[in-house]
Design a protein around this ligand. Structure first.
Ligand SMILES: [Zn+2]
Length: 356
């Protein structure tokens, strides 16, 4: 493993020396698009929709930040992750098959309702904080899936692409304490990104430990209300998943690429998750993206729609899109304050990808 890491570092450093460094001698953005024009499009969209947006574009091969809007929010503001956490949760499930009793092929039937796995599983504070509903026929309490009628019979691949809450809550609740701790530790959610410009106050991504088993299980869908991530942390993790790199240090123009940590799971597992994320674009929550810009090819992605803090019924929207412009690979992270991943965030992603 150590050999691989050194080998990888050498590879990106050589890439840097040969390809990237000479370009920095010229005061031209490597990304080659009209940054001012994009910023105008973003603020026009914000005014028109009475909405706030956060946008980050990175080069996942090197960890370089290409575009951040507005810079302070994109790099430092902690945001509720919602379903973008499902990708991270999938790794936790698949690397602990004996504990969560699932696999890539395991089938699950989603009827739209996550019923209590056992009596009194939902505590009083859960009922206060989360949208738990009582079934008028059976008298049982349940939490709704993202589609009311349910996703039907699904496997992990489909649960991830179509963002099924029931699948994730079902398996995470098999051992919610273990799940919560593994999720935090494996992905280092209690640490910052390792960027040189980051202050230590930005390191913590959650405020206190979840107190009920349901809250811990809810971290699997990123809607527990405690775990928060910056768009930068999201780009760092997803960049490593898509581009098959270690966890890289986010860098600004002029900084040398470097590794913060090895990727926390085996490559075989990473390829399976990549396969599922490609499905998001083909038939999942990103299938409705249509671009006029023919120089852009969308490869993979994930959407998210977390609940807004302290409100049960309004949401934020996330998009993470791995794309190719010409021969170069980029990662786009979009967060909108009000709306959903499938609608408002997608509308903004389309504007951005057509403008660059
Ligand atoms: Zn479902």
């Amino acid at each position: 493993m150590r050999f691989f890491d050194c080998h990888f570092n050498m590879k990106i450093i050589m890439h840097w020396v040969e390809c990237i460094q000479p370009l920095l001698l010229f005061p031209i953005s490597l990304f080659g698009f009209d940054e001012a024009n994009l910023k105008t499009s973003l603020s026009t969209w914000e005014k028109k929709n009475k909405n706030e947006a956060i946008v980050l574009i990175t080069s996942p091969d090197s960890g370089k930040i290409e575009f951040a809007y507005p810079e302070k929010n994109a790099l430092f503001r902690k945001l509720p992750p919602g379903s973008i956490m499902k990708t991270l949760s999938s790794f936790v499930f698949l690397s602990n098959p004996n504990r969560f009793h699932t696999s890539f092929e395991e089938k699950y039937f989603c009827n739209g309702k996550v019923e209590e796995p056992k009596k009194d599983y939902f505590k009083a504070e859960d009922k206060d904080k989360f949208n738990i509903v009582k079934d008028s026929n059976t008298g049982k309490n349940y939490f709704r899936c993202s589609i009311e009628k349910g996703h039907g019979e699904i496997t992990l691949r489909k649960a991830l692409a179509e963002s099924c809450n029931a699948y994730y809550l079902h398996f995470a609740s098999k051992d919610s304490d273990f799940f919560y701790n593994a999720l935090i530790q494996d992905w280092k959610l209690n640490e910052g990104t390792g960027a040189t410009f980051e202050q230590s106050s930005n390191a913590k991504h959650f405020t206190h430990k979840n107190s009920t088993p349901f809250e811990s299980a809810l971290t699997s869908i990123g809607d527990d209300g405690q775990i928060k991530v910056t768009a930068l942390k999201v780009a760092q993790i997803y960049g490593a998943i898509f581009a098959e790199t270690p966890i890289l240090k986010p860098i600004l123009k002029g900084e040398m690429p470097g590794q913060v940590n090895p990727f926390p799971y085996p490559d075989t597992l990473r390829r399976k998750i990549q396969q599922a994320l490609r499905l998001t674009v083909k038939e999942g929550t990103l299938k409705n993206i249509h671009l006029q810009n023919t120089s852009i090819q969308i490869l993979s992605g994930k959407t998210g729609t977390p609940t807004r803090e302290g409100r049960k019924f309004t949401t934020h929207g996330w998009n993470i899109i791995y794309f190719k412009k010409g021969d170069i690979l980029y990662l786009l992270v979009v967060f909108v304050d009000k709306g959903s991943g499938k609608k408002e965030a997608l509308e903004l992603s389309t504007i951005i990808l057509n403008a660059i």
